[in-house]
Design a protein around this ligand. Sequence first.
Ligand SMILES: [Zn+2]
Length: 343
Amino acid sequence: MTLNDCTVDGSQQRCFASFDGKGGSTSLLELADALLERQKQNWPMLVDGYAALSAARIREIRGDGWGVQLQFNPRRIMSSRAKVDPESIRRRPCFLCPGNLPQEQEAIGYRDDYLILCNPAPIFPGHRTIVHICHLPQSLPDHLGIFLQLAADFGPRMTVFYNGPLAGASAPDHLHFQAAPAGLMPVEAEILHPRKRVGAKRRDGVKIWQTTGLGRGILVIEGEKKENVAAATGDAIRALGHMTSTDQEPMLNILCTHTKEGWRLLLFPRRKHRPDAYFREGGERLLISPGAADMGGTIITPREEDFYALTPDLVSGIFREVAFDDTATAALLSLLAGKRPFI
Ligand SMILES: [Zn+2]
């Protein structure tokens, strides 16, 4: 299928460049940076989004062994308020379908089936959305190869991330990934501390371990061979599905980077999409809708009252409510290790 098959009249003008991975002097990140600079000149919505990001207030909260950064960013209200129930999704036009993209939005055609877009409501400088050209449901198990390839093509300066259809994706009906500069989410540095790593297992050159003491459970998958990393990640998703008794894709978020040592994935198993406080009324409400960035320690608060209301206890409580704790993550690691022997 070509880019044109799934796009509408005029879409060719929106194709800024394409990247097929067959060599060439320009890296994917260079192309993506050039597109961003261009869109900052010719797309007012994006200019407004970056102005909002520059003006966003940041507040740090330190818990017991972990830290998060709150970002008060009113432009993210649409995403945090997104109705993601099947009926609401059916009734709205899909905002990620190529035919529904804003007129000014341009794209990089990526490896035949994807478009790399600048996110007009960024939560990080250089925040991108990578969308499939067809209206396919959000799902990782069938698309692990391209997800890992995307991290490799972007290189070590970018982190690619994924929100499961039931765990933070505001378009669960349209397959998409996101990317942002590596190292901006607090958890990316926290997991490097040796005291935060436990339970390492190895199989087929892939190392899987869990973090400890970070307030939410994280499974870390590292390896050099794409096929083996994809297989181990697929096994982890299946084990999580088994553990949470679902035949749909289990609730999860993933961050992924690729360096000369290979891939590193941070898998956040989830219990719940939104905390109960999200659905409360009045002063008890917290409009926090956690996705991959929030689990990574960049917590987006589109309302000022939530930005000031959050405390270490409240953040800790949200993590406990929506994510696995260390004990449940250890059980997941054991289940995974038991499925096929690790060395
Ligand atoms: Zn769509």
